[in-house]
Design a protein around this ligand. Sequence first.
Ligand code: ARG
Length: 289
Amino acid sequence: MSQTAQAPIEAPERTQHLRRYLMCRPEHFTVSYSINPWMEPANPTDTALAVRQWQKLYDTYIELGHTIELIDPQPGLPDMVYTANGGFLIDGVAYPPKFRYEERQGEESWFTQWFRDHGYEVRGPESMNEGEGDFLLAGDVVLAGRGFRSSDDSHRELARIFDREVISLTLVDPRFYHLDTALSVLDPVVAPGETPTIAYLPGAFDDDSRRILEERFPHAIRVSDADGSVFGLNSASDGKHVFISPRATGFEQQLRERGYTPVLIDLSELLLGGGGIKCCTLELRGAER
Ligand code: ARG
């Protein structure tokens, strides 16, 4: 009997790792300014619908056993629902954001105070950065987006603060202005030295960055433009369940083939602000109080 390269690869069994996330109910959500191509202040928004859709994401996380912490929404800060931009945290150390646009700078002190109140050691920031919107922990390394929001200096500052290798990736398509709109880490926990599975939209990156991704993540899932364009990659994962937009049907299939369980959550109203599932989800690592 001959073994051929065409032999079907069996999808591995995936293991859930319980997460702790920070979220912010979109009570003050609206689109009153435009700082990304998705935001159209002339189009009406439905805050009640945004809250209902967000609540569904919250309830689903809870049902699956995750711990959700909440930060109070503040009037006049409609983008605060996108907590992924609120910081980057590892082992009880929090690196707060320094937003590029004035419209969001009012959020900085609220997030910083929340981290202090919850036992995190706050370090930095000196440089412009938008938290987990542009920084994603992938095993031992941090993948860091540049080009639209977070500065190159922030990549260096992050490497210094967390003493980790930071891999800078250049975003080139204004629709995918944060790294978390174009790339998703599917395994939040891996053994030391092991490489997690990631998924990404190749067209969102420049040639050099695509080369780096191919080299470092040869088994990555590459998603189609169609799935990327509906924010399919703006997803959260506990290692087994991957929370994605119901419109990313191709990505949903790719995830099943790899043994993951897609969980479909529609945040269409929050997409009017240019954000999706991952944007509403900040991973809290360490400092359990
Ligand atoms: N309106 C927000 C902004 O432009 C959306 C942020 C989305 N967040 C994210 N993590 N990608 O800043």
